[in-house]
Design a protein around this ligand. Structure first.
Ligand code: HPA
Length: 267
């Protein structure tokens, strides 16, 4: 039996007939959203074969099932990153499991540095497209023609519109832009930031892009949000640290919670 089948069996025993409609992946410091879920069931990643054992501060490592705004959701409270294991496909099993559970769409969130002055720390950006700066893919080694995934409109226009409307409805200023994926775990150099800024990146981070590719491979539509936790390297006098990432993500967590609630209402 594959990891995915094993996970689905374990999860089915926990959640019985509960059917999640939307899957959410919460980035660093954004776990607060879970307090607002009417939780029916929760499973530690360590009890799910193929799920990453979370190691980065700010990530709980739990799969939560529950209801938000009348919508059945499954939430990954925490994720794994390429830099933790050197495996770009570290999120393959979780994404395949979300698909197998019947999720019709995903919302991915992350913490990111901003390359544009307008998007200051504490603000939120809708990701409209990405640039993969790592040169790696979670689909290395995959077979079949499906591996040649079309990445046009990877950030689903309809779901992105729903997120724009959700922000408008509650008067949140939602920035928009292109996210550049760096491997990490080191932060970028100022020269790297100048380079990606020239290439068209508005935010930089160490996650999400492999999940987007994997979700496209599974055929699940998605939208994605970056919580801006800092200005990117070389743009401000403040040192960039992981502690700052967690602190600013937590500060923005209220905004993200309201935005996600407003979005889920429309789903
Ligand atoms: N760079 C990369 N990843 C990040 C940053 C950053 O500036 N901020 C939060 N995650």
């Amino acid at each position: 039996m594959s990891y995915v089948q094993e996970c689905v069996e374990i999860i089915s025993q926990h959640i019985k007939n509960f059917k999640p409609k939307v899957g959410l992946i919460l980035g660093s410091g954004l776990g607060q959203f879970c307090d607002n879920i009417d939780t029916k069931s929760s499973i530690d990643f360590k009890d799910l074969p193929g799920f990453p054992v979370a190691g980065v501060g700010g990530h709980a490592g739990k799969l939560l099932f529950g209801e938000v705004e009348g919508i059945n959701v499954v939430v990954m409270q925490g994720r794994a990153h390429y830099y933790e294991h050197g495996r770009a496909d570290i999120m393959a099993t979780p994404i395949q499991v979300l698909s197998a559970l019947g999720c019709q769409s995903l919302v991915l969130t992350n913490a990111a540095g901003s390359t544009i002055k307008e998007a200051s720390p504490g603000s939120v950006m809708l990701i409209t497209d990405h640039i993969n700066m790592t040169g790696v893919s979670p689909l290395f080694g995959a077979d079949g023609n499906e591996r040649f995934v079309n990445m046009v409109d990877a950030y689903n226009p309809k779901l992105s519109d729903a997120m724009r409307s959700a922000a408008k409805a509650i008067d949140i200023n939602l920035h928009e832009g292109v996210y550049a994926w760096f491997s990490g775990p080191q932060f970028e150099t100022p020269a790297e930031i100048r380079a990606v800024k020239t290439l068209g990146a508005n935010a930089v981070g160490m996650s999400t892009v492999p999940e987007v590719i994997l979700a496209r491979h599974q055929g699940i539509p998605l939208c994605a949000l970056s919580v801006i936790t800092n200005y990117a390297a070389g743009m401000s006098e403040t040192d960039i640290t992981h502690e700052q990432t967690i602190a600013f993500a937590s500060k923005a967590a209220d905004t993200v919670e309201k935005l996600l609630n407003s979005y889920l209402k429309s789903q």
